[in-house]
Write a new protein. Structure first.
Length: 553
């Protein structure tokens, strides 16, 4: 199975090198070529129009919310129901051939948008949706498509109960493998394309409201949506505007991220300020076109947070290595890779901010973000002071995670396994009241020194067992029990209370919905329709929102 991983975000600068405490995100996908197709006889579907919103009054639930939310990655194994069209999270096509081993069907011929252009004799293609252990709705799904051919379903994942040209009704019973759709035949002159797999009950409304109502409802209390994982910011290959994914692409899962149109429409739908993390290789033209689309499509009463890349000091990510090389090439700190990296980050951030200011005609609707490493305020100082970058920023952002003292280190596995969930929670609370408190005070002082507001670009519980070797299964089970413990609600309340006391502003939970695993238990919810009484982290966040209305709505 493919699974997302992410470390605690705690790293150290040692001897001029940044040592990451995070594992690199891993995605194992079938690699297939993408040749230019023959011209299609029919025009592609029109680009979706912006969702209609009641400007300025679309959502009062988050009007004074002090919290934001990071979106979890859009992947085929997600337990999040972002779109009512499940095909938007479909895995890139797996090439199959009758009589061959799995995934050995040969090179697939694809259109530029990722649809099957033609099939060789005996060849077929399949894709997965909700490969998540059966956490998706049961019922009658409606499948729409353009073109001519034959669609089927593998592993008993769907039973076709009615069929007409361009439309299937499929009875789906959730199972571990998810929904496995196959393109068995396609007409090269009019290939199957524009496939939509609509969840039960939304076949007549999906075009006007593409987002699942439960997804929107449980997101509606958060004032900001950070789209780092939807943008696939870490290691992003995006350089030019022509590289971007559009709503017409076969899937919104892949290394190029989710279409900007969808992100803007989601912000409009819940009336939340979007937080964008621009790709580290993005050209000025890309930045300008991105900003222009946001200006034209986003509800004008919303504010936009702008951040250049993500965690550029984290050597687990390709952007850190690339920025180091760019900084060295420019002679920003000869012979010092780490300093070259952070200086390049600061000056490129300012360049990106200025483009947005030009497009928006000023700074009134913009929040310019300079971020750094929470455990290393010295690094933040270097970023803020390089060419007085702080004068071009509005907030100083850190990752405000909490995971106790010594609980995630491999050498402490035996000691950790002797603890009960209550004892681990006591450990976490003690660390919040001591070391975490001192760390937040230092970061708040740094932000104040330069006239900036302290915010958290990410935060939350960061226990993970990915370093535990042979003891990983036992530690994972223990940490999962801790994350599900009713007292986790108390932990969130305690940390967020401290955050507010030291002067912290916006706090973005990392992240919204996702399975718990050895890579971490990041989700405020484990799955979209989870019983909220069994979701103590989400409850703790809502408690804080209700008790601490923001003074700057």
């Amino acid at each position: 199975m493919n699974r997302n991983d992410r470390g605690s975000g705690r790293m150290m600068l040692v001897g001029g090198l940044f040592v990451a405490g995070a594992a690199l995100a891993v995605g194992l996908y079938s690699t297939i070529s993408n040749p230019k197709p023959s011209p299609l006889p029919e025009a592609e579907p029109p680009q979706p129009q912006p969702l209609q919103v009641a400007q300025g009054d679309a959502n009062r639930l988050n009007a004074r919310s002090p919290l934001g939310m990071n979106m979890s990655e859009l992947v085929d194994w997600t337990t999040q129901w972002a779109f009512v069209d499940a095909f938007k999270i479909s895995r890139p096509w797996v090439s199959q051939k009758q009589g061959a081993s799995w995934g050995q069907g040969g090179t697939l011929k694809l259109t530029p948008e990722g649809w099957i252009a033609a099939l060789e004799p005996g060849q077929y293609a399949e894709t997965f949706m909700f490969d998540n252990g059966s956490r998706y709705p049961a019922g009658k799904y409606t499948v729409f498509y353009d073109g001519q051919g034959k669609i089927g379903f593998n592993f008993g994942s769907g039973k076709v109960i009615s069929e007409s040209p361009g439309r299937l009704v499929v009875d789906v019973k959730p199972q571990d493998t998810g929904i496995v759709l196959q393109v068995l035949e396609t007409n090269p002159a009019n290939p199957i394309r524009n496939i939509r797999v609509i969840m039960p009950g939304f076949e007549t409304t999906y075009q006007k409201q593409p987002f699942h109502p439960l997804f929107l409802e449980r997101l509606s209390r958060f004032k900001v949506i950070r789209f780092m994982d939807w943008m696939k910011t870490n290691g992003s290959p995006v350089k030019e505007w022509s590289d971007r994914i559009t709503p017409q692409h076969a899937t919104q899962m892949g290394e190029y991220g989710v279409a900007l149109e969808h992100m803007i429409d989601l912000a409009n739908a819940v009336h939340a300020d979007p937080w964008f993390t621009l790709p580290h290789q993005a050209s000025d033209d890309y930045v300008r076109r991105f900003a222009t689309m946001v200006r034209e499509r986003l509800d004008p009463t919303l504010t936009v947070y702008i951040e250049y890349s993500n965690e550029v000091w984290n050597y687990a990510f390709q952007q850190t290595k690339d920025l180091e090389q760019r900084g060295l090439a420019l002679g920003l700190a000869p012979g010092d890779g780490g300093m070259s990296m952070i200086r390049y980050y600061a000056q490129r951030s300012v360049e990106v901010f200025k483009i947005w200011e030009e497009v928006f005609g000023g700074r009134q609707r913009l929040v310019r973000v300079l971020a750094s490493q929470a455990v290393n305020p010295w690094l933040g100082d270097k970023a803020l002071t390089w060419k007085e970058a702080y004068k071009h920023a509005d907030v100083y952002a850190i990752a405000a995670y909490f995971d106790g003292k010594g609980l995630v280190e491999k050498e402490n596995a035996d000691r950790t396994l002797k603890m009960t969930p209550d004892q681990i929670i006591d450990n976490i609370l003690e660390d919040i009241r001591t070391e975490d408190r001192e760390l937040l005070i230092k970061n708040a002082a740094l932000a104040k020194q330069f006239g900036l507001k302290l915010v958290a670009y990410e935060g939350g519980m960061s226990l993970h067992s990915s370093q535990m070797d042979t003891k990983e299964p036992q530690v994972t089970a223990l940490f999962t029990a801790v994350n599900r413990h009713p007292r986790m609600r108390e932990v969130y309340q305690e940390y967020l209370k401290l955050w507010r006391q030291v002067g912290g502003g916006l706090y973005n939970q990392y992240y919204y919905v996702g399975n718990f695993s050895k890579w971490g238990s990041w989700g405020a919810l484990e799955y979209q329709d989870q019983d909220l009484q069994q979701a103590p982290k989400y409850q703790g966040l809502i408690d804080f929102i209700q008790a601490n209305p923001s003074t700057t709505p």
